[in-house]
Write a protein that binds this ligand. Structure first.
Ligand code: GLA
Length: 484
């Protein structure tokens, strides 16, 4: 018999599954998109005379694209260069088409996209579902009084002609409660162009923040490949923690809809700018990755410090972000004052019908000494969304993968929890009614993802222990050791 506590542990994970949640049918963003975007670092600086090299012009995007290739970002998965606000002329042309600022983008967006494509990268651009972008540039709606009067088809065709690969669709200057009835029509317009254009939406955020009630996440997932749900990130630890708090508050909503084809977007990586220490930068990278969040850097790749670049290019952590099951890693236990939080995400490989796990200990304190953080491993992994992971794995692999059966997995873990505590030999000659003791022992290797070192073995009933410094995260991957 499994103990009631053990069964209760598994309850949360079980209720999180349910009917299949489909995504926008454009075949894109099967794993969270990765790339670079101009906004957080370069904002809407259009004064190229006073700030050459730091303003929104074609050279900025070319410089970043070249750096993405030459400095190895592309090799680890960052393959999108995204233009944000302030790229266009203040007025449409006589045919009502959008035109890029003539002085700042002399080769045009089509010219820029040709060069970006030659580098093996993809180009994204920015628009807005309202009557103007957030910075006041031309957007996709003609008037707020007649929402059907819009530039959706015209602009979608223009983006396709320019060979654009992704479109960030902001939500300023439209009634947030009306956005849901109109903004998804841009998705249709883009789909009709027959060019695969990844769609990053911001209008769901405005509904959540300023409108009545929650966005209709099924509609959002059917209309967008990623979508913002919280305020703009700034270059600070406080901003990162506020995103963590908000995200944790809505994690049960998120975990259901977040996955291949459609992702909640906590906003840009600010690693390599001015506000984060090295450990805080690692913490942002760790948390975004355990969430399976889009990884869009906004920084200056021409002058980034080598240790920050190393954080961004950490292949082990990126592999957690890009895990094909794309499960949202949840915060599952914390100190009563919230100063330490524990996150867990089921990841590949699947061993003995169970997933592996990524785990973070986040020390949010900004004072004091390092803390010895210790939780029972069983109290962490039994709260992970294992059923959801199994469902995803089986959807992705059909009958082609190894066996991943959530019920079997939970049974095995639960049995190990009850047996492992007293490792005593069975009575000689007695016929075991349950699996033999050795078969019920579940043992993992623990690999620190930011610091090289030996992997240590740990049992399911052991304490997972580490000294964690203030404002930092310890991130590990646990893979089950196959018993001989
Ligand atoms: C909003 C968005 C930002 C950026 C700006 C551009 O604030 O949240 O990410 O796109 O608009 O004006």
């Amino acid at each position: 018999m499994l103990s009631t506590t053990v069964l209760a542990f598994f309850c949360l994970a079980t209720t999180l599954t349910g009917s299949q949640v489909l995504a926008l049918d454009n075949g894109l963003a099967k794993t969270p998109p990765m790339g670079w975007i101009s906004w957080e670092r370069f904002l809407c600086n259009t004064d190229c005379k006073s700030h050459p090299g730091e303003c929104i012009d074609q050279q900025l995007y070319l410089d970043m694209a070249n750096k993405m290739v030459s400095d190895g970002y592309k090799n680890v998965g960052y393959d999108r260069i995204n233009i944000d606000d302030c790229w266009s002329e203040k007025r449409r042309n006589q045919q009502q088409q959008l035109i890029p600022d003539r002085e700042r983008f002399p080769m045009g967006i089509d010219g820029l996209s040709r060069v970006i494509h030659r580098l093996g990268l993809k180009l994204g651009i920015y628009g807005d579902c309202g009557t103007a972008t957030c910075a006041g540039y031309p957007a996709q709606l003609k008037s707020q009084s007649n929402l059907e009067d819009n530039y959706f088809d015209l602009d979608a065709r223009r983006l396709a002609e320019w060979q654009i690969d992704s479109f960030k669709f902001d939500g300023c200057n439209i009634d947030p409660n009306q956005a849901e009835s109109i903004c998804p029509k841009m998705t249709k317009a883009l789909m009709q162009t027959n060019r695969s254009i990844l769609l990053s939406c911001e209008w769901p955020f405005y509904k959540l923040r300023f409108g009545k009630g929650n966005p209709d996440y099924q509609l959002v997932k059917d209309s967008c490949n990623l979508w913002r749900y919280y305020d703009d990130i700034t270059d600070s630890w406080i901003s990162i923690l506020s995103i963590v708090d908000f995200t944790v508050k809505m994690q049960t909503d998120i975990v259901k809809y977040h996955g291949p084809g459609g992702w909640f977007d906590p906003d840009q990586l600010v690693i390599g700018n001015f506000g984060l220490s090295l450990r805080q930068a690692q913490a942002q990278m760790a948390i975004w990755s355990i969430w399976s969040a889009p990884l869009y850097m906004s920084n200056d790749l021409r002058s980034i410090e080598p240790d920050m670049a190393e954080v961004l290019k950490n292949r082990k952590v990126i592999a957690i972000d890009q895990d094909p099951m794309g499960v949202f890693g949840m915060m599952v236990t914390e100190y009563p004052d919230h100063s330490v939080q524990v996150f867990v995400k089921p990841v590949m490989p699947i061993i003995n019908s169970c997933p592996s796990f990524a785990i973070i200990y986040l020390n949010r304190r900004t004072l004091g000494n390092e803390l010895m953080v210790s939780f029972k491993l069983r109290d962490i992994i039994t709260k992970a969304p294992i059923s959801l992971a199994a469902q995803r794995y089986n959807e992705i692999n059909g009958s082609g993968g190894v066996a991943f059966n959530a019920d079997e997995c939970k049974k095995r873990l639960a049995l190990a929890m009850t047996r492992e505590r007293n490792i005593v030999p069975l009575v000689p000659g007695a016929k075991p009614l349950e699996p033999k003791l050795e078969e019920t022992v579940v043992k993992y290797t623990v690999e620190d993802l930011f610091n090289d070192g030996p992997t240590v073995p740990i049992f399911i009933n052991s304490n997972l222990e580490m000294k964690v410094k203030p404002s930092s995260a310890w991130m590990v991957k646990l893979v089950e050791i196959v018993q001989k």
